[in-house]
Structure formats: C-alpha cells, structure tokens
Design a protein around this ligand. Structure first.
Ligand code: R5P
Length: 227
C-alpha cells in the first residue's frame, strides 16, 4: 500500500455510522473516498457526504456514497482532505488541484478537520509550494500586480495552453513567496485584495494531520482548534 493510501485509510477509520462527512480533493483524498465507498458497500456504513469538487462528487457518486447539498447540511462531523504542504503547527497550503475555495468553505463547517498526506508534504516552513490564490477573471492582471506587491512572483495557472478555470469559473495565480513565516498575517493581506476570492492558506483549521511514509510508518499530529 502506498503512503497516500495508508494515510487515507487511517483517517477513514475515524468515520462512524451516522456521521456527516466532507470529502476532499486530490490524489490522496481519492484513496479516502475509495475507502469510504468500500465501507459503505461492505459494512453498510451510514454516512451523508458533501464534496469539495466536481471531481470528488463524481467519484463519490460512482461509488454509491450518499451525497447531500448545502441546503441539507450545515455542519460536518469530519472532513478528510489532502494538502500541498503542512507545517509543525498544522498550518497548510492547499489548492494544488484547484479546489481551495470549496475546500475552505467545507473546512469552516467541519468539527474535526483531518489532513492526510505522504511525508513529502510535511515541511519546516510553508512556501516552497507556490501558494494558489483564486481570483476572478475580471481584471486579473491588476490583481496580479497587487499580489506581486506583497513580495511574491505570481504565475497564472494554465491548462492545455489556456487559463485554468476552477469549478467556480475563476482563475488561479500560483504565488512564489519562497518562505511564508506568518501564514495568518499573509492570509489577511491576500484576502483584502480586490479580485482575490480566496487563498490556499488554511490557518488554524486542521486538528489532525496524518502523515505516512513509504516504509509504512504513520505519524499523527493533533492540535486544539475550535471550529
Ligand atoms: O486543490 C486541491 C487540494 O487542496 C488537494 O488536497 C491538494 O492539492 C493535495 O493534493 P494531492 O493529494 O493530490 O497531493
């Protein structure tokens, strides 16, 4: 079993009958959704889920995982999601797969927010991974200018030669800050820029971080966070 799958399955073991569950996005969350589907099928696990992306919604539906909308769910017991970077105080960079906005909305309605990753994602200081910032397409070049003034080099994310479009119809600027020493302050500054919809910093959100190594070793970190 690879490290991502190992971390994912350890997290899915936390899900109990009757829980409302948030489904993350990406190659690590994929294994969690697969395992939830397996538990629904084999054990008759009773859950109601909401997904952080169209991609995860489609995967969950194909596995017959019961899904619900925001009109039905206002609170989730647990969400299991991946991350692009996580530091020792469980601050995160997310959005490598473009799902940061829906992921953050769901993180903010979750009681127990669990992050799963292989050990390459566990870093001393955030920022080596370019920080994804979701911006509206209107005037994005000027939003780009404002981001640059915060000391980063932004790059418009592209897919097949055109601007990458998120599930919400927006663009992503991947920002090279090199080192992010104060994620909370940076999040505040980013979200004050007109045109920025949301940034991929998840500050004081994760309560549990499950890191798996290729040799099968699992390490779980916990933090007190009032969600
Ligand atoms: O937008 C995508 C999400 O934030 C992912 O959870 C993150 O990019 C990690 O993805 P992966 O597990 O594929 O490395």
């Amino acid at each position: 079993m690879n490290a991502k799958q190992l971390a994912a399955e350890a997290a899915v073991a936390l899900i109990k009958d009757g829980m409302k569950v948030g489904l993350g996005t990406g190659s690590t969350a994929y294994f969690a959704i697969q395992k939830i589907g397996q538990r629904v099928k084999d054990e008759g696990l009773k859950v109601t889920c909401i997904a952080t992306s169209v991609q995860s919604e489609e995967l969950a539906t194909s596995l017959n995982i019961p899904m619900a909308g925001f009109e039905e769910l206002s609170y989730l017991d647990i969400t299991i999601d991946g991350a692009d970077e996580a530091d020792h105080s469980l601050q995160l960079i997310k959005g490598g797969g473009g799902a940061l906005l829906r992921e953050k909305i769901i993180a903010y309605m979750t009681g127990h927010y669990v992050i799963i990753a292989d050990d390459s994602k566990y870093v001393e200081t955030l920022g080596k991974f370019f920080l994804p910032v979701e911006v509206i397409p209107f005037g994005w070049q000027r939003t780009f200018d404002h981001l640059s003034r915060l000391g980063c080099t932004p790059h418009l994310r592209e897919k097949q030669g055109a601007a990458y479009i998120t599930d919400n119809g927006n663009y992503i600027l991947d920002c090279d800050f090199k080192k992010i020493t104060d994620p909370g302050q940076l999040q505040t500054e980013l979200n004050l820029i007109p045109g920025v919809v949301e940034c991929g910093l998840f500050v004081d959100r994760a309560q549990t971080l499950i890191i798996a190594a290729a040799d099968g070793q699992l390490t779980t970190y916990h933090k007190e966070v009032k969600n």
